[in-house]
Design a protein around this ligand. Structure first.
Ligand code: IYR
Length: 224
């Protein structure tokens, strides 16, 4: 691949320190209002909003700029119903079929999750995120992608942030195993299901568990 053309960094805007402190604090407050929600309204959300949030996610830094993600956005009620049905088969095996180790079930118990996934039908959009382990070139040969999980994880975080910023709520759902999504959505083998991001408005009487986030001393170590 030829070397890219280099141009001045004219998109960068320096923020004066006072403003920087305020911006960092304001953004923290914004992010502290984000909650994972499990009860969704069926109120529609414009496709254009989802498209802009996906474009924001697509700006994520990633390995060699391969952009190894593919977002399959499902709004079709019939497809959502099938995803729910198949996800619940896997989840039943996980929760009640003896598939999940007791230690894992114990770790989850305080959140009250179970094999029932009505949100997969209620929410207006299911964003099924696939990670492209490799690309298939025109001559059929494989071209490897790099840092795929890291790249797709970063893009997913940015997508969650973009949707929250736009006034929507999300749920990161990980039916396991997820390969059924390839068949159902007609995706090729080089795309590995990463997670399902459920997006929409919360149900009016939605509740969330009381949980805390770790303080700075527990999540960071400064070496200075
Ligand atoms: N995939 C299951 C189980 C699950 C696992 C973790 I770790 C969670 O934080 C939440 C759920 C599910 O989606 O219910």
């Amino acid at each position: 691949m030829p070397r890219a053309q280099f141009v001045p960094l004219d998109t960068y805007r320096e923020v004066p320190e006072e403003e920087m402190r305020a911006a960092a604090r304001d953004f923290l407050e914004t992010m502290r209002r984000r909650r994972t929600v499990r009860e969704f309204s069926n109120r529609p959300v414009p496709r254009a909003v989802i498209e802009d949030c996906l474009l924001a996610a697509g700006t994520a830094p990633n390995g060699a700029n391969r952009q190894p993600w593919r977002f399959v956005v499902v709004g079709d009620p019939a497809v959502k119903a099938t995803i729910r049905k198949e996800a619940e088969v896997e989840e039943r095996a996980f929760y009640t079929g003896g598939k999940a180790p007791q230690e894992w079930l114990d770790a989850l118990a305080h959140l009250g999750t179970d094999e029932h996934k009505p949100f997969l039908e209620q929410a207006p959009w299911l964003i099924v995120i696939f990670a492209e382990s490799y690309e298939v070139l025109e001559d059929g040969t494989r071209s490897k992608n790099y840092y795929v999980s890291e790249s797709v994880g970063i893009a997913t975080g940015m997508l969650i942030t973009a949707l929250h910023h736009a006034g929507l709520v999300t749920l990161t759902h990980t039916p396991s195993p997820m390969r059924f999504l390839n068949g159902l959505l007609g995706r090729p083998d080089n795309e590995r299901p990463f997670l399902i991001l459920v997006a929409g408005y919360p149900e009016e009487d939605a509740t969330v568990p009381v949980i805390t986030k770790k303080p700075i001393e527990e999540i960071a170590v400064f070496v200075e």
